[in-house]
Design a protein around this ligand. Structure first.
Ligand SMILES: Nc1ncnc2c1ncn2[C@@H]1O[C@H](COP(=O)(O)OP(=O)(O)OP(=O)(O)O)[C@@H](O)[C@H]1O
Length: 269
């Protein structure tokens, strides 16, 4: 693996990614009726935190994430990132969605997609472009697929390419919406570790929406549980498990099982 050091990553100086939501509501108006997808949500996410968002289907997880990406505005309340209102896609943020087709440019190769990420980076990387492309492809185990097009790859490989492209843009905030749910269990475990490594190396802030309680406990520092049907915050739980985490060693810790049990009870009750 190429070991390039990026100045900001090396320092782990985490700045400007503090997300603040103040009494945020989202109401979708349809021709038939209004849907309140989220109400009264107030939350502070500190720079460098890894926050998972869980809750039953329809509780407003994706709506929350879409508001953080600036793709849709809140109906009421305020969202700020580093003190500035989020009123469009923030330059310092990148998103990875479940549907990789939304994240990759189909007319560019995998390497071309990563190169695109580098060209549109929030914090430009120094060093030869080819080496940087190779670095991000190595990070997700796709160096061998640099010249292939997205449609020539499996779902898991496409998702890895999407993550490499997002990371190459050196965001301060990475927003992920069910990003691993379309891939098989083994690829999913690998992707989880790729994101954990990138988070640890680059000092990112991550907001990670998932249906999977085990995944949330494995990855996060903090888990935000939403009430069913958009009723806002149910719980905000700190996950105090040692890092670095390991797919086997962490998941067999009694504390892991205790967090899992507590969350399942909260979500299922
Ligand atoms: N564009 C839209 N127009 C109307 N209603 C919407 C729209 N987007 C979401 N909703 C509604 O808002 C509510 C919350 O949806 P959202 O997708 O945020 O939930 P979720 O927790 O991500 O669900 P899931 O876990 O099933 O993906 C749902 O009732 C959904 O039908």
């Amino acid at each position: 693996m190429t070991t390039l050091t990026h100045p900001a990553a090396a320092d782990s100086v985490v700045t400007g990614a503090q997300l603040v939501l103040e009494d945020v509501w989202k109401v979708f108006s349809t021709s038939r009726h209004d849907v309140t997808a989220l109400r009264e949500l107030s939350l502070e996410i500190n720079a460098g935190e890894f926050v998972a968002v869980v809750g039953r289907s329809g509780c407003g997880k994706s709506t929350l994430l879409r508001m953080l990406t600036g793709l849709i505005p809140p109906s009421a309340g305020r969202i700020t990132l580093g003190g500035r209102p989020v009123d469009g896609p923030p330059r310092e943020a990148r998103c990875v969605f479940q549907d990789y087709a939304q994240s990759l440019l189909p007319w560019k190769t995998v390497g071309g997609n990563v190169r695109f990420g580098l060209r549109h980076a929030y914090e430009p990387s120094s060093g030869p472009r080819d080496e940087l492309v190779a670095h991000y492809l190595d990070l997700v185990g796709l160096r061998h697929a640099a010249d292939r097009y997205p449609w020539e790859l499996s779902g898991g490989m496409q998702q890895r390419a999407a993550i490499a492209r997002a990371l190459a843009a050196r965001p301060r905030l990475l927003l992920m919406d069910e990003a691993f749910s379309g891939v098989d269990a083994l690829s999913r475990a690998k992707l989880q570790d790729v994101v954990l490594r990138a988070w640890a190396e680059a000092g990112l802030t991550v907001v990670f929406v998932t249906h999977d309680i085990d995944e949330a406990v494995y990855l996060a520092d903090r888990i935000v549980v939403l009430r069913p049907e958009g009723h806002g915050l149910l719980a905000d739980l700190r996950v105090d498990l040692p890092r670095p985490r390991g797919q086997v060693s962490t998941r067999e810790l009694p504390e892991f099982l205790a967090y899992r049990r507590e969350l399942l009870q909260l979500v299922l009750d």
